[in-house]
Design a protein around this ligand. Structure first.
Ligand code: RAM
Length: 330
């Protein structure tokens, strides 16, 4: 009897010790998003979890502020520094405002990368862009132009005014607009990646520019809100809503005709790739310097440019023909 007890006790101790060891070896990667409650980032989280599972010894802390502000992200990062996480992968609400707090994180030995919406080089080790900025800029204006052969007015409904990624795509779009001399960009409005504000901004654009032919929203929140506003205003067929959206959120709006098509890369892949890179840098298997070739697991490799930036993949175009198929995935 006593033998059984001893056996059981030592087995329990062994399990406890083993669990502790396993826990001590587990590294924590915080995925900090622009704001919680955005479908695009929920898909990013799925990919991060997939990478963590593949790596085995990684735990993902998915977090972000409730609004798309730099202040909110600074609070979140300070909390993560206090928790002594091993790495931070952030999609930034402001490329400069986050630099001091992210420098503090790096000074404490935390690996910091940005993905999706970048941080200035001083505040991160590398930036993973979803795709080529020039290519996205060209696609944005082309998708609008294809629906308005006679030209006319377009407006942009963006995310927050300080979002690194949207600002870069809008600049790239403007740079390629000389190819469409009969299209005029009237205004860039900001919905802050909040559904209600984006909806109101889309309504305001329609009121201000009665002849608007297209609303280009390079944000998954903005495009969905704009499509809803166009439907509610009974402007389907007059205004085409295009930009960057999630098939799962846009399928219904494609079927009403509010959107003739839109683009996006796979956000699950983006979260997966960012986590793989964060792990590689955190475990010192690679160093993020210009020219470095980083491993993104099943997503292949990325080479960093002089700015420490690299792009994951090309965006895809979705319309009535393929949107339902992809709506099941993201
Ligand atoms: C929103 C966010 C995100 C952007 C996508 C296209 O979800 O602004 O940063 O990459 O849209």
């Amino acid at each position: 009897m006593s033998n059984w007890k001893t056996l059981l006790t030592s087995a329990a101790v062994a399990t406890a010790v083993f669990a502790n060891v396993a826990h001590a070896d587990t590294k924590r990667i915080a995925v900090v998003v622009k704001a919680l409650g955005i479908g695009f980032f929920d898909a990013v989280d799925k990919g991060a979890e997939e990478a963590a599972k593949q790596l085995g010894d990684v735990q993902i802390i998915y977090t972000g502020p409730t609004k798309t502000t730099a202040e909110g992200q600074i609070d979140v990062i300070n909390a993560l520094i206090a928790q002594k996480v091993d790495a931070i992968a952030i999609s930034a609400n402001d490329k400069d405002a986050l630099v001091p707090v992210l420098k503090k994180a790096m000074d404490r030995g935390i690996t910091v990368i940005s993905f999706d919406s970048g941080v200035a080089p001083a505040g991160r080790e590398m930036q993973l862009n979803a795709s080529s900025t020039e290519l996205i800029g060209k696609m944005l204006i082309k998708m609008a132009a294809d629906s308005m052969p006679d030209g006319g007015k377009v407006a942009v409904l963006s995310a927050s005014a300080t979002a690194t990624n949207q600002n870069a795509w809008i600049d790239a779009m403007k740079a390629s607009m000389s190819a469409y001399p009969n299209i005029k960009l009237d205004e860039v409005a900001y919905g802050d990646d909040m559904a209600d504000k984006s909806y109101r901004e889309a309504q305001a654009l329609m009121q201000k520019y009665p002849n608007l032919k297209a609303i280009i929203a390079p944000t998954t929140v903005g495009i969905q809100a704009a499509a809803q506003a166009v439907e509610d205003a009974k402007m389907v067929g007059k205004i085409n809503v295009t930009g960057l959206g999630l098939p799962s959120e846009m399928a219904g709006h494609v079927h009403t005709g509010a959107s003739q098509g839109f683009a996006i890369w796979n956000p699950i892949d983006l979260g997966y790739a960012a986590t793989m890179i964060a792990d590689e840098l955190m475990t010192k298997k690679a160093e993020a310097k210009p020219g470095a070739v980083l491993d993104m697991g099943r997503m292949g490799k990325v080479t960093l440019d002089a700015n420490g930036e690299g792009a994951m993949a090309d965006p895809f175009f979705y319309n009535a023909k393929n949107v339902d198929e992809f709506a099941k995935i993201f």
